[in-house]
Ligand binder design. Structure first.
Ligand SMILES: *Cc1c(COP(=O)(O)O)cnc(C)c1O
Length: 357
Protein backbone atom coordinates (compact mmCIF):
# COMPACT_ATOMS: atom_id res chain seq x y z
CA UNK A 1 0.00 0.00 0.00
CA UNK A 2 1.07 3.61 -0.60
CA UNK A 3 2.59 5.09 2.54
CA UNK A 4 0.68 8.31 1.96
CA UNK A 5 -2.61 6.41 2.34
CA UNK A 6 -1.49 4.51 5.45
CA UNK A 7 -0.53 7.81 7.11
CA UNK A 8 -3.74 9.62 6.15
CA UNK A 9 -6.30 10.62 8.81
CA UNK A 10 -9.71 9.79 7.33
CA UNK A 11 -12.66 12.18 6.96
CA UNK A 12 -15.14 11.12 9.64
CA UNK A 13 -18.65 11.18 8.18
CA UNK A 14 -21.77 11.71 10.28
CA UNK A 15 -23.18 8.63 12.07
CA UNK A 16 -26.70 7.60 10.97
CA UNK A 17 -28.88 9.88 13.08
CA UNK A 18 -31.31 7.24 14.33
CA UNK A 19 -28.49 4.98 15.54
CA UNK A 20 -27.01 7.87 17.52
CA UNK A 21 -30.43 8.80 18.91
CA UNK A 22 -31.02 5.25 20.13
CA UNK A 23 -27.50 5.01 21.56
CA UNK A 24 -28.19 8.15 23.61
CA UNK A 25 -31.66 6.93 24.61
CA UNK A 26 -33.34 10.05 23.20
CA UNK A 27 -36.83 10.38 21.72
CA UNK A 28 -35.74 13.08 19.32
CA UNK A 29 -32.36 14.09 17.94
CA UNK A 30 -31.93 16.92 15.41
CA UNK A 31 -28.73 17.09 13.39
CA UNK A 32 -27.39 20.64 13.18
CA UNK A 33 -23.83 19.53 12.53
CA UNK A 34 -23.84 18.95 8.77
CA UNK A 35 -25.45 22.15 7.40
CA UNK A 36 -28.30 20.18 5.87
CA UNK A 37 -31.53 21.91 4.83
CA UNK A 38 -33.93 21.82 7.81
CA UNK A 39 -36.90 22.54 5.51
CA UNK A 40 -36.51 19.32 3.54
CA UNK A 41 -36.75 19.18 -0.24
CA UNK A 42 -39.14 20.65 -2.80
CA UNK A 43 -42.21 18.38 -3.26
CA UNK A 44 -41.65 18.47 -7.00
CA UNK A 45 -38.49 16.40 -6.45
CA UNK A 46 -40.43 13.52 -4.93
CA UNK A 47 -42.91 13.56 -7.83
CA UNK A 48 -40.15 13.64 -10.44
CA UNK A 49 -38.28 10.75 -8.83
CA UNK A 50 -41.42 8.60 -8.46
CA UNK A 51 -42.30 9.32 -12.07
CA UNK A 52 -38.78 8.32 -13.16
CA UNK A 53 -39.02 5.05 -11.21
CA UNK A 54 -42.37 4.22 -12.84
CA UNK A 55 -41.38 4.89 -16.42
CA UNK A 56 -37.67 4.33 -16.80
CA UNK A 57 -35.15 1.57 -17.09
CA UNK A 58 -32.76 0.84 -14.27
CA UNK A 59 -30.79 -1.53 -16.51
CA UNK A 60 -29.66 1.40 -18.70
CA UNK A 61 -26.70 3.64 -17.95
CA UNK A 62 -27.49 7.27 -17.17
CA UNK A 63 -26.88 10.16 -19.58
CA UNK A 64 -23.15 10.66 -19.14
CA UNK A 65 -23.31 14.36 -19.98
CA UNK A 66 -26.38 15.09 -17.80
CA UNK A 67 -27.58 17.06 -20.78
CA UNK A 68 -30.98 18.23 -19.58
CA UNK A 69 -29.56 19.46 -16.29
CA UNK A 70 -26.59 21.00 -18.13
CA UNK A 71 -28.87 22.98 -20.47
CA UNK A 72 -30.98 24.20 -17.57
CA UNK A 73 -28.02 25.37 -15.48
CA UNK A 74 -26.10 26.90 -18.39
CA UNK A 75 -29.14 28.87 -19.61
CA UNK A 76 -29.89 30.13 -16.15
CA UNK A 77 -26.37 31.46 -15.58
CA UNK A 78 -25.73 32.44 -19.19
CA UNK A 79 -22.84 29.99 -19.59
CA UNK A 80 -21.60 27.83 -22.44
CA UNK A 81 -22.92 24.31 -21.59
CA UNK A 82 -19.39 22.97 -22.07
CA UNK A 83 -18.07 25.10 -19.24
CA UNK A 84 -19.77 22.79 -16.68
CA UNK A 85 -18.62 19.51 -15.08
CA UNK A 86 -21.07 17.60 -12.90
CA UNK A 87 -19.97 15.47 -9.96
CA UNK A 88 -21.32 13.14 -7.29
CA UNK A 89 -21.65 16.08 -4.96
CA UNK A 90 -18.96 18.71 -4.73
CA UNK A 91 -17.03 16.08 -2.81
CA UNK A 92 -16.29 14.33 -6.08
CA UNK A 93 -15.54 17.59 -7.86
CA UNK A 94 -12.90 18.31 -5.19
CA UNK A 95 -11.34 14.90 -5.91
CA UNK A 96 -11.30 15.57 -9.66
CA UNK A 97 -9.73 19.01 -9.30
CA UNK A 98 -7.03 17.71 -6.95
CA UNK A 99 -6.28 14.91 -9.38
CA UNK A 100 -6.07 17.19 -12.41
CA UNK A 101 -4.03 20.05 -10.95
CA UNK A 102 -1.74 18.57 -8.27
CA UNK A 103 1.42 16.53 -8.75
CA UNK A 104 3.66 15.27 -5.92
CA UNK A 105 5.67 18.20 -4.53
CA UNK A 106 3.21 20.86 -5.72
CA UNK A 107 1.55 23.11 -3.18
CA UNK A 108 -2.08 23.95 -2.53
CA UNK A 109 -3.05 27.04 -0.54
CA UNK A 110 -5.96 27.17 1.88
CA UNK A 111 -7.33 29.81 4.23
CA UNK A 112 -7.70 28.25 7.69
CA UNK A 113 -10.01 27.19 9.14
CA UNK A 114 -11.84 25.88 6.08
CA UNK A 115 -13.48 22.73 4.68
CA UNK A 116 -11.20 19.79 5.51
CA UNK A 117 -11.58 17.94 2.22
CA UNK A 118 -9.39 20.40 0.30
CA UNK A 119 -6.31 19.42 2.31
CA UNK A 120 -7.27 15.74 2.49
CA UNK A 121 -7.23 15.33 -1.29
CA UNK A 122 -4.09 17.42 -1.69
CA UNK A 123 -2.37 15.00 0.70
CA UNK A 124 -3.55 12.04 -1.36
CA UNK A 125 -1.92 13.69 -4.40
CA UNK A 126 1.24 14.15 -2.26
CA UNK A 127 1.05 17.92 -2.50
CA UNK A 128 2.02 20.27 0.34
CA UNK A 129 -0.47 22.54 2.06
CA UNK A 130 0.20 26.27 2.43
CA UNK A 131 -2.00 27.62 5.22
CA UNK A 132 -2.93 31.27 5.64
CA UNK A 133 -5.04 31.99 8.73
CA UNK A 134 -8.23 34.01 8.29
CA UNK A 135 -8.34 37.45 9.84
CA UNK A 136 -9.76 37.94 13.35
CA UNK A 137 -13.28 38.45 11.96
CA UNK A 138 -13.11 35.17 9.99
CA UNK A 139 -12.61 36.90 6.62
CA UNK A 140 -10.00 35.71 4.15
CA UNK A 141 -6.58 37.37 4.33
CA UNK A 142 -6.18 37.94 0.58
CA UNK A 143 -2.96 39.93 0.81
CA UNK A 144 -1.48 37.27 3.11
CA UNK A 145 -2.38 34.67 0.50
CA UNK A 146 -0.78 36.67 -2.32
CA UNK A 147 2.43 36.96 -0.29
CA UNK A 148 2.47 33.21 0.39
CA UNK A 149 2.37 32.16 -3.29
CA UNK A 150 5.53 30.29 -4.36
CA UNK A 151 6.50 28.71 -7.70
CA UNK A 152 5.14 25.42 -6.25
CA UNK A 153 1.65 26.84 -5.65
CA UNK A 154 -0.81 25.33 -8.16
CA UNK A 155 -4.19 25.68 -6.45
CA UNK A 156 -5.77 28.22 -4.13
CA UNK A 157 -9.07 27.37 -2.43
CA UNK A 158 -11.52 30.15 -1.62
CA UNK A 159 -14.62 28.85 0.17
CA UNK A 160 -17.28 31.58 -0.07
CA UNK A 161 -19.13 31.87 2.27
CA UNK A 162 -16.46 30.00 4.15
CA UNK A 163 -17.16 26.79 6.03
CA UNK A 164 -16.87 26.97 9.09
CA UNK A 165 -16.61 30.75 9.60
CA UNK A 166 -19.74 31.59 7.56
CA UNK A 167 -18.13 34.83 6.41
CA UNK A 168 -18.63 36.20 2.89
CA UNK A 169 -16.25 37.90 0.42
CA UNK A 170 -17.65 40.13 -2.33
CA UNK A 171 -17.16 39.44 -6.04
CA UNK A 172 -15.11 42.66 -6.30
CA UNK A 173 -12.70 41.41 -3.64
CA UNK A 174 -12.34 38.06 -5.37
CA UNK A 175 -11.90 39.72 -8.77
CA UNK A 176 -9.22 41.97 -7.33
CA UNK A 177 -7.47 38.96 -5.78
CA UNK A 178 -7.56 36.81 -8.93
CA UNK A 179 -6.22 39.70 -11.00
CA UNK A 180 -3.03 39.54 -8.88
CA UNK A 181 -2.63 35.73 -8.90
CA UNK A 182 -0.22 34.36 -11.54
CA UNK A 183 -2.12 32.90 -14.52
CA UNK A 184 -0.71 29.40 -13.96
CA UNK A 185 -2.26 29.15 -10.47
CA UNK A 186 -5.89 28.00 -10.37
CA UNK A 187 -8.24 29.76 -7.96
CA UNK A 188 -11.01 27.41 -6.88
CA UNK A 189 -14.09 29.14 -5.48
CA UNK A 190 -16.38 26.82 -3.53
CA UNK A 191 -19.83 28.43 -3.47
CA UNK A 192 -21.61 25.58 -1.62
CA UNK A 193 -23.40 28.20 0.54
CA UNK A 194 -23.68 31.13 -1.88
CA UNK A 195 -27.49 30.88 -2.12
CA UNK A 196 -27.77 31.88 1.54
CA UNK A 197 -26.02 35.25 1.08
CA UNK A 198 -28.45 38.12 1.61
CA UNK A 199 -26.12 41.07 2.23
CA UNK A 200 -25.57 42.05 -1.38
CA UNK A 201 -26.12 41.56 -5.15
CA UNK A 202 -24.63 40.15 -7.32
CA UNK A 203 -23.35 37.47 -5.00
CA UNK A 204 -21.69 34.88 -7.22
CA UNK A 205 -18.26 34.85 -8.86
CA UNK A 206 -19.66 32.63 -11.65
CA UNK A 207 -19.31 35.28 -14.37
CA UNK A 208 -15.59 35.66 -13.59
CA UNK A 209 -15.11 32.30 -15.37
CA UNK A 210 -15.52 34.32 -18.59
CA UNK A 211 -12.91 36.88 -17.59
CA UNK A 212 -10.19 34.55 -16.25
CA UNK A 213 -8.89 31.19 -17.50
CA UNK A 214 -7.57 30.26 -14.04
CA UNK A 215 -10.77 30.29 -12.03
CA UNK A 216 -13.30 27.60 -11.13
CA UNK A 217 -16.65 28.23 -9.42
CA UNK A 218 -18.37 25.34 -7.65
CA UNK A 219 -22.00 24.84 -6.65
CA UNK A 220 -23.94 22.04 -4.97
CA UNK A 221 -27.55 20.90 -4.74
CA UNK A 222 -26.91 19.58 -1.22
CA UNK A 223 -27.52 22.68 0.83
CA UNK A 224 -30.09 25.34 -0.22
CA UNK A 225 -31.78 22.92 -2.65
CA UNK A 226 -32.07 20.25 0.07
CA UNK A 227 -30.73 17.37 -2.04
CA UNK A 228 -27.80 16.16 0.10
CA UNK A 229 -28.83 12.53 -0.29
CA UNK A 230 -28.83 12.64 -4.11
CA UNK A 231 -25.21 13.81 -4.45
CA UNK A 232 -25.12 16.39 -7.24
CA UNK A 233 -22.65 19.24 -7.52
CA UNK A 234 -20.93 21.04 -10.39
CA UNK A 235 -18.00 23.20 -11.31
CA UNK A 236 -17.87 25.99 -13.89
CA UNK A 237 -14.58 26.50 -15.77
CA UNK A 238 -13.19 28.37 -18.69
CA UNK A 239 -13.99 26.01 -21.62
CA UNK A 240 -10.41 24.95 -22.39
CA UNK A 241 -9.91 23.76 -18.80
CA UNK A 242 -13.26 21.95 -18.62
CA UNK A 243 -12.29 19.73 -21.59
CA UNK A 244 -9.34 18.41 -19.63
CA UNK A 245 -11.21 17.87 -16.39
CA UNK A 246 -13.77 15.81 -18.36
CA UNK A 247 -11.00 13.30 -19.05
CA UNK A 248 -10.79 12.22 -15.39
CA UNK A 249 -14.53 12.21 -14.69
CA UNK A 250 -15.99 8.71 -14.40
CA UNK A 251 -18.32 8.43 -17.41
CA UNK A 252 -21.52 7.60 -15.51
CA UNK A 253 -20.83 9.37 -12.24
CA UNK A 254 -24.19 11.10 -11.73
CA UNK A 255 -27.05 8.58 -11.89
CA UNK A 256 -30.40 9.32 -13.57
CA UNK A 257 -32.39 9.62 -10.34
CA UNK A 258 -29.96 12.23 -9.10
CA UNK A 259 -30.19 14.08 -12.44
CA UNK A 260 -34.00 14.00 -12.36
CA UNK A 261 -34.04 15.23 -8.75
CA UNK A 262 -31.62 18.06 -9.49
CA UNK A 263 -33.64 19.18 -12.53
CA UNK A 264 -36.86 19.29 -10.49
CA UNK A 265 -35.13 21.09 -7.62
CA UNK A 266 -33.54 23.66 -9.93
CA UNK A 267 -36.88 24.43 -11.57
CA UNK A 268 -38.48 25.12 -8.20
CA UNK A 269 -36.65 28.33 -7.36
CA UNK A 270 -39.61 29.38 -5.20
CA UNK A 271 -38.64 26.66 -2.71
CA UNK A 272 -35.05 27.94 -2.60
CA UNK A 273 -36.20 31.54 -2.17
CA UNK A 274 -38.37 30.55 0.81
CA UNK A 275 -35.54 28.53 2.37
CA UNK A 276 -33.16 31.48 2.00
CA UNK A 277 -35.67 33.93 3.53
CA UNK A 278 -36.41 31.69 6.50
CA UNK A 279 -32.72 30.99 7.02
CA UNK A 280 -31.80 34.69 6.98
CA UNK A 281 -34.50 35.49 9.54
CA UNK A 282 -33.50 32.63 11.86
CA UNK A 283 -29.79 33.38 11.43
CA UNK A 284 -30.39 36.98 12.53
CA UNK A 285 -32.43 35.89 15.56
CA UNK A 286 -29.66 33.53 16.64
CA UNK A 287 -26.99 36.21 16.18
CA UNK A 288 -29.10 38.67 18.19
CA UNK A 289 -29.33 36.07 20.94
CA UNK A 290 -25.55 35.62 20.92
CA UNK A 291 -25.16 39.44 21.13
CA UNK A 292 -27.51 39.47 24.09
CA UNK A 293 -25.61 36.73 25.88
CA UNK A 294 -22.23 38.21 24.97
CA UNK A 295 -21.29 35.02 23.12
CA UNK A 296 -18.62 35.72 20.51
CA UNK A 297 -19.57 34.62 16.97
CA UNK A 298 -18.51 35.43 13.43
CA UNK A 299 -20.93 37.30 11.20
CA UNK A 300 -22.56 34.62 9.05
CA UNK A 301 -23.94 34.80 5.52
CA UNK A 302 -24.43 31.02 5.39
CA UNK A 303 -26.87 28.54 7.00
CA UNK A 304 -24.65 28.00 10.03
CA UNK A 305 -22.96 30.09 12.72
CA UNK A 306 -19.45 29.64 14.12
CA UNK A 307 -19.20 30.73 17.76
CA UNK A 308 -16.74 30.66 20.61
CA UNK A 309 -17.53 29.31 24.05
CA UNK A 310 -15.23 28.36 26.94
CA UNK A 311 -15.02 24.58 27.21
CA UNK A 312 -17.07 24.32 24.01
CA UNK A 313 -17.24 20.53 23.93
CA UNK A 314 -19.07 20.53 27.24
CA UNK A 315 -21.77 22.81 25.84
CA UNK A 316 -22.00 20.62 22.72
CA UNK A 317 -22.40 17.57 24.95
CA UNK A 318 -25.17 19.27 26.92
CA UNK A 319 -27.02 20.13 23.70
CA UNK A 320 -26.51 16.59 22.38
CA UNK A 321 -28.08 15.04 25.47
CA UNK A 322 -30.97 17.45 25.00
CA UNK A 323 -31.57 16.48 21.38
CA UNK A 324 -29.30 18.72 19.26
CA UNK A 325 -26.16 17.58 17.52
CA UNK A 326 -23.77 20.41 16.61
CA UNK A 327 -20.25 20.38 15.14
CA UNK A 328 -17.20 20.28 17.39
CA UNK A 329 -13.51 19.82 16.64
CA UNK A 330 -13.02 22.52 13.99
CA UNK A 331 -11.16 24.97 16.25
CA UNK A 332 -10.45 24.87 20.00
CA UNK A 333 -13.38 26.27 21.97
CA UNK A 334 -15.41 27.00 18.84
CA UNK A 335 -18.62 25.31 17.69
CA UNK A 336 -20.46 25.34 14.38
CA UNK A 337 -24.23 25.16 14.50
CA UNK A 338 -26.52 24.84 11.50
CA UNK A 339 -29.41 27.32 11.60
CA UNK A 340 -32.43 25.07 12.16
CA UNK A 341 -36.18 25.59 12.05
CA UNK A 342 -37.87 28.34 14.07
CA UNK A 343 -39.02 25.84 16.72
CA UNK A 344 -35.66 24.10 17.11
CA UNK A 345 -33.78 27.39 17.30
CA UNK A 346 -36.10 28.69 20.01
CA UNK A 347 -35.58 25.44 21.91
CA UNK A 348 -31.79 25.74 21.57
CA UNK A 349 -31.83 29.32 22.83
CA UNK A 350 -33.72 28.13 25.92
CA UNK A 351 -31.25 25.32 26.45
CA UNK A 352 -28.24 27.62 26.15
CA UNK A 353 -29.84 30.10 28.56
CA UNK A 354 -30.39 27.25 30.96
CA UNK A 355 -26.82 26.08 30.55
CA UNK A 356 -25.41 29.54 31.22
CA UNK A 357 -27.63 29.67 34.33
C1 LIG B 1 -21.18 20.59 2.19
C2 LIG B 1 -19.99 21.12 1.50
C3 LIG B 1 -19.57 20.59 0.29
C4 LIG B 1 -20.00 19.24 -0.17
O1 LIG B 1 -21.10 19.26 -0.86
P1 LIG B 1 -21.64 17.95 -1.60
O2 LIG B 1 -22.10 18.52 -2.88
O3 LIG B 1 -22.73 17.45 -0.71
O4 LIG B 1 -20.54 16.97 -1.77
C5 LIG B 1 -18.58 21.24 -0.43
N1 LIG B 1 -17.97 22.31 0.07
C6 LIG B 1 -18.31 22.81 1.27
C7 LIG B 1 -17.59 23.99 1.79
C8 LIG B 1 -19.31 22.22 2.03
O5 LIG B 1 -19.59 22.66 3.25
Amino acid sequence: MKKIIQDLSPYIPEKPLNDLRDELGLDKLVRLSANENPYGTSNTVRDAVINWAKHSHSNRYPDSSANQLRQLVSKNFDLDPEQIIFGVGLDEVIVMLSRVFLSPGDAEMISTPTFSEYALHAEIEQANIQKVATKEDGRIDFSGMLQTITPETKLIWICNPNNPTGTYETVEEIDNFVSQVPGNVMVLIDEAYIDFVTCQEPISAMQLTKKYQNIVVMRTFSKAYGLANYRVGYAVFAKSIAENVQKVRLPYNVNSIAQVAAIAAFKDQEFVTKVVEKNALERQKMQNFFDDKKIHYLNSQANFIFFEYPNANKLADYLLHNGYLIRTGLKDDWLRMTVGTKEDNADIRKLIENYIG
